[in-house]
Design a protein around this ligand. Structure first.
Ligand code: ATP
Length: 338
């Protein structure tokens, strides 16, 4: 299991409060993701000039990159109310019907992990997104009938870590899909500088830059590491800031490149148990007792971006860089795929 510190998911209520306090509330405060931010800005401004509800928006990317934050900003910047739900909370069509029928005109409906919504609800959503109406089934069997229900116009913002799991008809009904990318280190430094100032922490830039470089390209993780470094500095007030960062992060198994315990164990399994691959993600997951979806949605995108793993039609393969990172000798060139 991954540790609390390096998991890209929000975990407990204290964590959520902490995240809430650091969340940027407008597009101008949102660091990075320039392409998606520019596209969203245009979409919102055009809708405002035409006095209509903005098109439905799909936000895709690994956890902790700012999908929920952007959904909140869409509501805030367009002066609309926001309703929040998530795919796992919509376990049948009735849940979605209740949600949709209680929307106020123009409201922004955010559905996190939309790929995990029940299939029957997904089908109901097609009509709701396109025509702002749903058909409610009454009764069962031969006596069943459907009652059409008009909905107020609304903007759906869906978030997913797995676009591939969304049915095409659902994907096609979003007017815009924004793909969020991992952040560059200098962008994470901006996130951390802002967070440190909001939290009233006096941490020098080189120490913040070190945290930024070890945050897996993810603002949520950057903020969480900052919190642990702050704890460390509270307990060891005389330690120099840059050394304190190294000590705090070593304590939580964050390696110099930002790989956490789960990243390292996936890489190790790939190299040591499967000779560097190719291997299927489900075999990797079973060998580690981990969830295949977590590996696919959280670990893999980061290892691929770091140039440590590649996806091939035959499975996942460790690059020679991965062997080096683990201080192991790669097999002879004629045996490696890369
Ligand atoms: N671009 C950004 N600038 C500053 N802070 C950010 C940015 N993106 C995310 N954050 C910070 O990271 C935290 C996590 O972001 P958020 O909850 O929006 O991620 P998410 O992609 O929705 O994750 P999940 O898919 O797990 O819900 C937020 O509390 C916010 O403080």
């Amino acid at each position: 299991m991954t540790s609390e510190l390096t998991s890209a998911e929000p975990l407990d209520p204290a964590e959520l409060d902490f995240e809430g306090a650091l969340r940027p509330s407008s597009l101008s405060e949102f660091v990075g993701q320039r392409r998606v931010v520019g596209q969203l800005d245009l979409l919102l401004r055009a809708a405002e000039m035409d006095s209509r509800t903005p098109d439905h928006i799909l936000l895709a990317g690994p956890p902790g990159l700012g999908k929920t934050t952007l959904a909140m900003i869409v509501a805030h910047d367009s002066g609309r109310a926001l309703r929040m739900s998530s795919g796992p909370a919509i376990s049948h069509a009735g849940d979605l019907a209740a949600l949709l029928s209680s929307l106020v005109p123009g409201e922004v409906l955010f559905i996190d992990e939309i790929h995990r919504m029940a299939r029957s609800a997904e089908e109901m959503l097609y009509l709701a997104m396109e025509d702002f109406r749903i058909d409610i089934m009454v009764g069962k069997g031969v006596g069943a009938s459907s009652i059409p229900l008009e909905l107020p116009p609304f903007t759906l913002v869906g978030a997913t870590t797995r676009t591939g799991l969304l049915a095409n008809p659902l994907r096609d009904r979003f007017g815009f899909t924004g793909h969020l990318e991992f952040y560059e280190t200098d962008e994470l430094l901006q996130v951390l500088t802002r967070s440190a100032s909001l939290l009233g922490l006096d941490i020098p830039q080189p120490a913040l830059a070190e945290i930024a470089g070890r945050s897996r390209g993810t603002p949520r993780i950057a903020n969480r590491l900052l919190r642990r470094v702050r704890d460390y500095m509270t307990v060891h007030p005389h330690e120099e800031a840059r050394t304190a960062v190294d000590s705090a992060l070593a304590l939580y198994d964050v390696d110099p490149r930002g790989l956490d315990r789960l990243d390292t164990s996936v890489l190790r399994a790939l190299v040591e148990r499967f000779g560097g691959g190719p291997v299927g993600v489900s075999s990797l997951a079973v060998s580690l007792g981990e969830d295949a979806e977590t590996i696919e949605a959280v670990v893999e995108p980061f290892l691929i971006r770091e140039g440590l793993m590649v996806r091939t039609p035959r499975g996942r393969v460790a690059t020679s860089e991965a062997w080096k990172h683990l201080n192991l000798t790669p097999p002879a060139a004629d045996q490696t795929l890369l």
